[in-house]
Design a protein around this ligand. Structure first.
Ligand code: TGC
Ligand code: FAD
Length: 389
């Protein structure tokens, strides 16, 4: 197999530190050697390659920006972004797993959790010994999570949860669920352990997208959890939205990984496929497609590079993350569709990664705030006129 050399038309690599390049190259090799050879089988069978979880832990890819005292790699946000880019070159499901574990489970435990919660969960989640999930979305509340119906009630020494979550990545396999529920009308975070009475997490089947990812419902029926399982620092809808900023940042990088895989496949195919006695890469229309792909990848890479530097300085804004997520997922999907056309009929085969990335990106376009919601978030910021309702 030819090793993937990356897509970097503007020498953005020259802006990376030696450590950042090492992280990127390590994850690139991991994806080439461990993910790409097996991912089509998992995609076809609708299973997550769970044997990779411990390996990701060993490489420091889970909760990579958190402190070493919890067993984490304590990398910067640029490295975190590069990890997400490389993982999603393999498959969005691998990036999804790492995003959820890092940004949506370890981050809230680290940010809103008690010392006991951090000491108990973070090292296990960092090593991959434990898996987590993040339950915000409900059957009737997707884009508008503030309307959630799931309730927590305080009883003597415990909380009682009732309600349901839907579309939860890793739900069925998670050892711990970070669950958002209203307590006395205010959104709070709770840790619910696998096996807790009154808690079930059936897997959702029938997906045409993200097939190598586990997606689940979370159902709470008079589910009692100890009172120490509330995330004490969580306070209102702002808390889960802060977690989403972490994951959306990773998705903005990850989408470029999918786009790079599709562009690479299209370029290689176009140079070798001959029609009308010429490689199809010699036709102007094919070149126009390839130029569009490379230009959009380059613009997207520059966007997340600057976003990463801002985040490392603590200067990033949520709306900037929204713009990067919105743009990069949109162009990645366009690039996947164009790459599919370059491959002709072969583009629909699982011998090539293109159709799988395209189908995955349909989910990525919708989760973590739909394309439309990010449009409205940016629109509200620049006009001062919210158009959500
Ligand atoms: P709104 O009144 O605007 O905000 C409530 C409070 O939150 C603050 N806030 C934020 N804080 C941090 N980061 C952000 N991005 C924030 N956005 C808002 C805001 O300042 C306010 O604070 P305070 O102190 O005044 O209380 O809330 P709203 O109810 O009007 O909703 C706004 C809206 C629509 C933008 C928001 O609800 C939204 O983002 N909706 C999209 C929902 C979403 O993204 N769900 C994702 C679920 S998780 C997922 O998809 C995981 S996929 C995982 C994978 O497999 O990779
Ligand atoms: P809806 O909110 O019903 O939106 C439907 C359509 O209406 C969209 O096009 C939307 O843009 C549009 N729309 C909605 N409101 C407006 C408006 N005000 N103005 C204009 N248009 C609007 N959630 C979690 O909590 N945890 C997870 O781990 C998780 N993983 C997921 C994994 C997968 C594979 C998928 C597909 C989803 C996952 N989600 C998860 C849920 C995801 O975050 C939601 O699907 C997403 O927030 C959108 O909600 P919805 O699907 O209910 O769509």
């Amino acid at each position: 197999m030819v090793q993937f050399g990356g897509v970097d038309y503007f020498n953005i690599e020259s802006l990376l530190s030696a450590e950042e390049k090492l992280v990127r190259d390590t994850v690139r090799d991991f994806v080439s050697n461990e993910v790409i050879p097996i991912i089509e089988k998992h995609y076809r069978e609708g299973t997550f390659p769970s044997h990779l979880i411990r390996k990701m832990g060993e490489l420091g890819l889970l909760g990579p920006t958190l402190p070493a005292k919890y067993g984490c790699a304590e990398m910067n946000n640029m490295s975190y972004g590069l990890i997400m880019q490389e993982l999603e070159r393999g498959d969005s499901s691998i990036r999804s797993f790492a995003s959820v574990q890092s940004g949506l489970v370890m981050y809230p435990i680290f940010t809103f959790g008690s010392e006991a919660q951090k000491d108990h969960w973070l090292p296990k989640l960092a090593s991959g010994e434990a898996v987590g999930c993040f339950g915000l979305t409900e059957p009737d509340f997707g884009s508008n999570p503030g309307g959630m119906k799931t309730r927590a009630e305080k009883k003597e020494g415990r909380y009682v949860l009732n309600g349901a979550k839907m579309w939860i990545t890793n739900g069925t396999v998670a050892d711990v669920a970070v669950v958002w529920a209203k307590l006395d009308g205010k959104v709070r975070g709770f840790l619910v352990e696998k096996g807790t009475k009154g808690f079930t997490a059936p897997e959702m089947k029938g997906k045409h997208s993200l097939r190598a990812s586990v997606t689940s419902e979370l159902v709470f029926q008079d589910c009692e959890i100890p009172e120490e399982n509330i995330l004490p620092g969580s306070s209102g809808l702002k808390s889960p939205l802060m977690c989403l900023d972490q994951a959306r940042y990773g998705i903005a990088w990850g989408a470029m990984g999918s786009a790079m895989a599709c562009y690479d496949a299209a370029l290689n195919y176009a140079k070798s496929r001959v029609q009308f006695d010429k490689p199809i890469a010699a036709f102007q229309i094919t070149q126009e497609k390839l130029v569009y792909m490379l230009t959009e990848i380059t613009k997207g890479q520059l966007l997340v590079h600057q976003l990463g530097r801002l985040k490392d300085q603590g200067k990033q804004k949520a709306v900037q993350i929204s713009m990067a997520k919105r743009n990069n997922v949109h162009v990645a999907l366009e690039i996947a569709r164009l790459a599919r056309t370059v491959l002709g009929a072969n583009g629909i085969l699982d011998e090539y990664p293109v159709m799988r990335h395209m189908a995955n990106l349909e989910s990525v376009y919708t989760y973590e705030g739909t394309h439309d919601i990010h449009t409205l978030i940016i629109g509200a910021d620049i006009t001062g006129l919210p158009a959500f309702n």
